[in-house]
Design a protein around this ligand. Structure first.
Ligand SMILES: [Zn+2]
Length: 377
């Protein structure tokens, strides 16, 4: 349920009440809400309002609903995108496609206007300055969203690997593969020979190419859990191939790290050098993506724009920051884990069970040792 959508006519992201005020000049009230005020404007709205994510038209207004008893708002007035046959007008890969009224889309929507945290406050100020200084405007933000959407939807990926591929890739990531050691049966003549460690070392040698695929893959548990959920929900389905975003994600992270380290502003979330492993503040990431987008992904042009933003005088109008930003890298990191896990599974000839493979590796080493001993006697 998108609470806001983009108006081409007013060139900004609006909710139903704001749209009603702009179109009718009348302030909505609980008795006459925005959807009621706009009752006669259906055609104009269908041709004007675009989905913030996929850019499709066909918006209809859904009235707000109140409890009869308490008059509390049960549902805000909102937009619903309907195609000429009455079906869902969103692109099938749009995050609002098949959306029921209650599903939360908090993960991808980012309210720059919210004052909740130091990082959003700092970014909000920069958004206001950027709009006042004419560095970007809401039209460019809409263009950026569409660009990201089109890029992702042009590349597809079918989630067809076994679901065990994800815990398998996670186990490989935790495996101490940096330790290299060649086994020889005579080593087991040591009085306290550690067979478990020997099996782990041998496992590394047997699976060496797989560890290369895991280079620069994030470590945090939350992203791996999210990857498992995505794989389960989308199993055997065609989805966006989010990995096409990789060069843009890398560039946006690099800019986040540079801006946080050199901007003289506290963005409030950990040390910049950990952004790559743990994820940067989401509001800063969205702003960096926007500034890179308007700079044609030229890093120094983006840094020049940030220098201008950071030295601009305090904005006179703080409501300019009241726009909902869409994090263009929503679920990117988790999708990347899904894709990498599928690649690893395809290249794993001995199955996807880590514990079982360690056990069989240990058994094979013990057998080698037994035969070697027989030869010695
Ligand atoms: Zn959509």
């Amino acid at each position: 349920m998108p609470a806001t959508a983009y108006s081409v006519r007013f060139a900004r992201e609006l909710d139903v009440e704001q749209l009603a005020t702009l179109m009718t000049g009348v302030q909505p009230t609980p008795e006459r809400d925005g959807a009621e005020l706009l009752r006669m404007s259906g055609d104009a709205i269908r041709d004007d309002i675009q989905c913030s994510s996929c850019g499709k038209f066909g918006a209809r207004l859904v009235r707000s609903a109140r409890s009869r008893a308490s008059r509390a708002v049960l549902r805000q007035a909102h937009f619903r995108f309907v195609d000429p046959n009455g079906g869902d007008a969103h692109h099938p890969f749009c995050e609002f496609y098949g959306d029921d009224e209650n599903r939360s889309v908090q993960g991808s929507l980012l309210d720059f206007g919210s004052e909740k945290s130091a990082e959003t406050r700092a970014v909000r100020l920069l958004v206001c300055k950027g709009i006042e200084q004419g560095i970007f405007d809401q039209r460019r933000i809409r263009e950026m969203r569409q660009w990201f959407f089109d890029l992702k939807s042009a590349s597809r990926f079918t989630v067809s690997m076994p679901l065990e591929a994800i815990p398998w890739a996670r186990a490989l990531q935790r495996h101490p593969h940096y330790r290299r050691w060649q086994f020889h049966p005579l080593q087991a003549e040591m009085p306290a020979f550690d067979w478990k460690a020997a099996a782990k070392n041998q496992f590394t040698e047997d699976n060496l190419p797989l560890f290369d695929l895991l280079k620069s893959i994030p470590f945090d548990d939350a992203t791996w859990r999210q990857a498992s959920d995505l794989a389960r929900k989308n199993h055997q389905r065609e989805v966006f191939n989010a990995t096409v975003l990789q060069p843009y994600y890398e560039a946006a992270i690099s800019l986040c790290v540079f801006v946080a380290a050199n901007g003289g502003i506290d963005f409030g979330k950990g040390r910049p050098e950990y952004f790559r492993a743990k994820g940067p503040p989401v509001a800063l990431l969205a702003l960096c993506a926007l500034v890179l987008f308007i700079s044609d992904w030229d890093m120094n042009a983006a840094i020049a724009a940030f220098a201008k933003l950071l030295s601009a005088p305090a904005p006179s109008n703080l409501t300019l920051g009241n726009l909902i930003g869409l994090n263009p890298f929503h679920e990117y990191a988790a999708w990347r884990l899904v894709v990498v896990s599928a690649e690893i599974a395809a290249q794993s000839p001995n199955g996807l069970d880590y514990d079982r493979q360690l056990a069989s590796t240990e058994a094979a080493l013990r057998e080698q040792h037994r035969r070697w001993r027989d030869e010695q006697s």
